[in-house]
Ligand binder design. Structure first.
Ligand SMILES: C[C@@](CO)(OP(=O)(O)O)[C@H](O)COP(=O)(O)OP(=O)(O)OC[C@H]1O[C@@H](n2ccc(N)nc2=O)[C@H](O)[C@@H]1O
Ligand SMILES: Nc1ncnc2c1ncn2[C@@H]1O[C@H](COP(=O)(O)OP(=O)(O)O)[C@@H](O)[C@H]1O
Length: 275
């Protein structure tokens, strides 16, 4: 089975409290972004006793054994002892440590594909339960549709928001920002306007009412993030923001058929397309 684990964007992100488990409570909207890896899951050939994972594309830091695709397999194997060996191949395209959730998407799509290929008959709720154990934003990718996310970013409420077809540019300046490090600079607080309310207003108002708490805390360390955002606004974006804990910054251009091609430095990775 061949799947295409897509990235996500955060539309607004508020860190509202520190939780007793050490994680932070969030208020954010997750939006699927059609910038995707390719992940193949097959039954392993006869004679192969354990799972295997081969990798191509963008290099992923860390040992192959720590890859979230294999962790997804091992998590299911712990509960389904007769789960046959699987052969996985991941072609990595989405930048890593970008706030685009690429690793979490791979993990969630691996869970879904293993469930389908080996007919485990797990429900969406059960798959989300496994996904939560692999990463806070991993559960979002099980249903993979726009939603308001609360608590650790793994409790979802539906939201009426349809941005399909909106022109978008995502700019990754090549900085790997650790999510844990980004949280360290944040003082939790409630948003001035609840995110659901702010996003219910026309997109043209979001610039003044929807923000990402990581921007202020990362700004002194990474001034390039504010520069990119400024350039997206100068190019006509109606809304621009850091995604997640960065370092990707995106711009939405609802008035245009496609986002303008800007002369970004050659080391930047840029995705332009429609949501
Ligand atoms: C904060 C977000 C917003 O989208 O950042 P991005 O990763 O997208 O940038 C995500 O929810 C991240 O999800 P994910 O990347 O899966 O987080 P995890 O691997 O579970 O956690 C990495 C580290 O971030 C911190 N963490 C994460 C989520 C959360 N709600 N509170 C936290 O404090 C913890 O220190 C944790 O050890
Ligand atoms: N399949 C994978 N793809 C990307 N990163 C992975 C994967 N498996 C494990 N990781 C680890 O997850 C971390 C980054 O996760 P990623 O989801 O790309 O970033 P972010 O949380 O910023 O969106 C890296 O430290 C990387 O080594």
């Amino acid at each position: 089975m061949l799947t295409f684990p897509n990235a996500k964007l955060n539309l607004g992100l508020y860190v509202t409290a520190k939780r007793p488990d050490g994680y932070h409570a969030l208020e954010t909207v997750f939006l699927p972004l059609p910038w995707a890896d390719a992940l193949e899951v097959l039954p392993a050939p006869k004679g192969q006793t354990g799972p295997s994972l081969t990798l191509t594309g963008r290099p992923i830091p860390g040992e192959v054994a720590t890859n979230l695709c294999l962790k997804a397999y091992e998590l299911l194997k712990a509960d389904f002892s007769d789960l046959p060996a699987a052969q996985l191949h991941l072609h990595k395209i989405v930048p890593i440590g970008a706030g685009l959730g690429g690793g979490s998407a791979d993990a969630a799509f691996a869970l879904r594909a293993i469930n389908d290929v080996f007919k485990l008959n797990l429900t969406v709720a059960q798959l989300e339960g496994y996904a939560r154990r692999l990463g806070a934003d991993c559960a979002f990718f099980i249903e993979n549709k726009p939603c308001l996310a609360l608590e650790r970013g793994d409790v979802f409420e539906p939201i009426a928001l349809d941005l399909r077809g909106t022109a978008c540019a995502v700019v990754y300046p090549g900085l790997h920002i650790s999510t844990a490090q980004a949280f360290a600079g944040i003082v939790p607080r409630a948003p001035k306007m609840p995110l659901r309310e702010a996003l219910g207003q026309p997109l043209s108002t979001w610039r003044d009412t929807v923000s990402n708490d990581f921007e202020a805390s990362l700004a002194p360390v990474y001034p390039v993030l504010a520069d990119i955002k400024q350039q997206l606004y100068a190019a006509g974006a109606a809304y621009a923001s850091l995604s997640g804990s960065g370092s990707a910054v995106y711009g939405l251009f609802p008035e245009l058929a496609e986002a303008p091609a800007l002369p970004w430095p050659s080391e930047y990775l840029v995705w332009r397309g429609q949501l």
